[in-house]
Design a protein around this ligand. Structure first.
Ligand code: ACO
Length: 326
């Protein structure tokens, strides 16, 4: 049974930059508050004409180019997103068409910020089963289109972007060593978009009440995230007999600098072994870890043989990790 190996990465973020100073002009907030509480300085915002599959397509093309395989060699496409193009069909099917990946099966996974690692885990199961050989996994979000730009408690946090990887069966000892995926639906209402689904279909009232936007009880999510991620990363390393000192790089979900620092502290990991780009992109949910992974690869932060740990936490609530030997 061969495990999966990430053979290439890619990412894309829209051109438009929205800074904390820009937000100071539209809601009652300050650069100081946003920087101190989150670590975010700016985020990318998709153009009016851009939707999730457009961002995903750019990231996927870049990963394909770096892999040396062509789109028609893909046999599976998994898109992790909570801000897909349409309620149906899946964004993965739209992406399949845009890429011309006519030999792939395509489907979406909704696990919010943990979605990319959930998708990596699902892809790896197909690779291990031996049924698929060239899988494209994309994490993409157009959160700006679901953000209430009048709500200062959420609008300062999110950004748009996409990250992609190609996974193939590994022929050596490198590859995905383990994945851990978890959820606890009792916390579903802490972070949700209440309207637009079958529970609360669109109506004049839902529009008036701004129920189509992201609602988050941030402080409650924060406390659960810190505790859960600390346990998750230690458990993942223990299960794989990898001491934190052997970890070359931690690539955390970029939701909040304080959560990232708390997780690193639990592992006694100096911050130079933690990948952080939250200041540039904010929280891009399912895209966050994928974008960070691509940036880490492109900037030479990951070398062959390195142990790299990915982790994320998001709506659901969901949380996930993946330990990779590069
Ligand atoms: N500017 C200025 N003041 C603000 C702002 C703002 N943008 N937002 C909130 N405040 C105020 C609040 O009103 C509150 O004021 P009060 O004390 O007078 O009531 C005060 O700041 C403190 O608010 P808290 O919510 O307690 O602030 P906290 O330190 O918890 O930071 C934050 C908020 C950044 C949202 C944090 O809780 C967080 O990061 N939570 C986790 C987010 C997360 O990880 N989500 C999961 C992934 S997202 C996904 O799945 C899509």
């Amino acid at each position: 049974m061969k495990t999966g190996k990430i053979i290439s990465t890619g990412s894309y973020y829209p051109e438009k930059i929205l800074t904390n100073a820009d937000l100071e002009k539209t809601v009652e907030t300050t650069d100081e508050w946003i920087t101190e509480r989150t670590g975010i300085k700016e985020r990318r915002i998709s153009a009016e004409t851009q939707c999730a599959s457009d961002l995903a397509c750019e990231a996927a093309k870049s990963a394909l180019k770096n892999s040396g395989i062509s789109a028609d060699e893909l046999d599976m496409i998994i898109v992790a997103t909570v801000t897909g193009d349409m309620q149906l069909p899946s964004t993965a099917c739209v992406l399949q068409d845009k890429l011309g990946a006519s030999n792939a099966v395509a489907f979406d996974i909704n696990a919010a910020c943990s979605g990319f690692i959930f998708s990596l885990s699902v892809a790896n199961s197909f690779i291990k089963a031996g049924s698929h050989k060239n899988i494209l996994v994309v994490g993409v979000e157009c959160l700006s289109k679901f953000t209430d730009w009048e709500d200062r408690t959420t609008c300062v946090l999110f950004g748009d972007g996409a990250g992609a990887v190609i996974i193939q069966p590994s022929d050596d000892e490198s590859g995905i060593l383990s994945t851990d995926i978890h959820s606890d639906g009792k916390y579903a209402e802490l972070l949700c978009v209440p309207a637009g689904g079958s529970k609360m279909p669109p109506s004049e009232d839902t529009l008036k009440n701004r129920d189509h936007y992201i609602k988050m009880r941030g402080n409650e999510v924060f406390k659960i995230a810190v505790k859960t991620l600390e346990n998750l990363v230690t458990d993942t390393l223990k299960k794989n007999n990898v001491d934190p000192s052997q970890l070359s790089l931690l690539i955390p979900h970029q939701a909040n600098m304080r959560i990232i620092q708390a997780t690193a502290a639990r592992l006694n990991l100096p911050m130079d072994r933690v990948f952080v780009n939250i200041e540039k992109y904010g929280n891009t949910s399912a895209a966050s870890v994928a974008i960070a992974l691509d940036e880490a690869v492109r900037t030479g932060r990951i070398k062959r043989g390195d142990h790299v740990l990915l982790e994320a936490f998001g709506a659901g609530l969901t949380w996930a990790s993946a330990l990779i030997k590069w």
